[in-house]
Design a protein around this ligand. Structure first.
Ligand SMILES: Cc1cc2nc3c(=O)[nH]c(=O)nc-3n(C[C@H](O)[C@H](O)[C@H](O)COP(=O)(O)O)c2cc1C
Length: 432
């Protein structure tokens, strides 16, 4: 679903917030987005950028993805798992909306790139999907925040060991890159996944929903034809300071020396819409957490019957998960804990519950902990484990995986006769 179709869908449904007055991309847009977190907001006028509109909150609810993929929220995880298992090569088109306008001169300062927080290192692109080609593994698409340096350059945050970094490290010349902004929802979702090396995220996107591609004008790369804005250029081997910038956790990320990206060409749609993503907001959380649910599900399913996984927004949609199992053996809960940590290596705390507990309701999960869990019997604590670079409380060392403690709570009830005292009392419905 193109971002424009999504905006129309939200408008018809009555959930779109439309702001007609001119909004300043310098801090004001971020304030409004934060106050409206969870809702899609269309900014009709931007101070200083007459040609542009902006949108936020496109991925802020699971319902939006379900609408884009024509499925239910309950079947989303299965859809993601299926698309990852069966990617489809997208068709290449000759003319594309994202190339309707070719800017005659590259001047990035003329794009409505917001500043989100006064302490930020600069103006930031946050919803840019960077497409590159790895000489061995082929095309790779992933998110990289971009801090504006000047008319032609950004500093890009490129996390070590992931697809873009691997390709960039292999070659001594600048790595061609195309950054797509305002992408269809299935592209945003696919770019947030970490499939095995060699699996193309744009093929996953096309398996989720039709995703035509177009060839770039100045680099040998293909990009989603229906994106709003394309920046073509190279990731150089020059480094510059990147940050500080708010992270997924809602805490401030540090300044690092990161690769400089040089842009040689800008193309976009007519009457373009700029997609801005609030760092640490629900849109960021959904995109990070949801794609990890199928990988935890698959890992837990290898050791027992997994019936649901929820990566909770309270746990920054990255560090905490609730896993639901259909318990068949007394040790299934503990085995599920170990498997969940294998399924998402950045996971720090996990709670395992039975099928009668609603994993999406934090009160229900807490009820299971309160009534079914004993710390000296059901708690698993692991020390000095590989952890998340996003966790400020983990031990962070430059160039190395963070180290952390991990905790799993087996909040499942015992099996057999012993289970009787653990069943929840339900009252009969009110008579008509
Ligand atoms: C909204 C959002 C922003 C992200 N920002 C960055 C970033 O700035 N740098 C980075 O290296 N990864 C970032 N990521 C994570 C990568 O896109 C993600 O891990 C991706 O799946 C990596 O895939 P790969 O290993 O195939 O490259 C971000 C993810 C999301 C959803």
């Amino acid at each position: 679903m193109e971002i424009r179709q999504f905006i129309e869908w939200a408008r018809v449904r009555g959930t779109l917030v439309e702001i007609e007055r001119a909004v300043d991309p310098y801090l004001e847009l971020a304030s409004i987005t934060a106050a409206r977190d969870g809702q899609p907001v269309l900014y009709h006028r931007l101070k200083g950028f007459a040609a542009w509109r902006a949108v936020t909150g496109v991925c802020a609810q699971r319902e939006y993805f379900a609408a884009a993929l024509n499925c239910t929220v309950a079947t989303l995880i299965q859809r993601l798992a299926d698309a990852m298992a069966h990617p489809l090569p997208p068709p290449l088109v000759r003319s594309a909306p994202c190339q309707e306008v070719v800017e005659t001169r590259v001047d990035l300062t003329q794009l409505p790139i917001p500043r989100y927080h006064p302490a930020d290192g600069g103006r930031y692109i946050t919803a840019g999907v960077a497409v590159i080609k790895d000489p061995d593994y082929g095309r790779n698409s992933s998110f990289h925040r971009l801090m504006l340096l000047d008319e032609r350059r950004f500093a890009a945050r490129i996390v070590e060991g992931r697809g873009t970094h691997t390709a960039w490290s292999k070659i001594s010349t600048p790595l061609p890159v195309a950054i797509a902004i305002g992408c269809p929802l299935q592209v945003l979702l696919a770019a947030a996944m970490s499939p095995p090396k060699g699996v193309d995220e744009l093929e996953i996107a096309h398996a989720l929903a039709p995703t035509p591609l177009v060839t770039c004008q100045s680099v040998d790369l293909e990009v989603p034809a229906e994106a709003e804005l394309i920046l073509e250029g190279h990731i150089t081997h020059t480094l510059a300071d990147e940050g500080p910038f708010p992270d997924l956790t809602g805490t401030m990320d540090i300044v690092r020396r990161q690769p400089v990206v040089e842009i040689d060409r800008i193309t976009h749609r007519r009457e373009p819409i700029f997609h801005a993503l609030l760092p640490g907001g629900l849109e960021h959380k959904n995109l990070m957490g949801m794609p990890r649910e199928p990988t935890i599900f698959a890992a837990v399913n290898e050791v027992c019957q997994c019936t649901g996984v929820y990566i909770t927004p309270g746990g920054t949609s990255w560090l905490h998960a609730v896993v639901q199992i259909n318990k068949q053996h007394e040790d299934d809960g503990k085995r599920a804990i170990e498997a969940a940590f294998r399924g998402h290596t950045s996971l720090k705390h996990v709670v395992v519950v039975d099928t009668d507990v609603n994993i999406f309701d934090i009160h229900d999960v807490e009820w299971a902990i309160a009534t079914r869990f004993q710390a000296d019997r059901d708690l698993v604590v692991l020390t000095d484990q590989p952890g998340s670079s996003l966790d400020p409380s983990a031990v962070q060392a430059a160039g190395q995986k963070a180290r952390t403690a991990k905790m799993g709570l087996d909040a499942t009830a015992p099996l057999g006769q012993a289970r009787r005292g653990y069943e929840r009392v339900t009252y009969s419905p009110v008579p008509e």
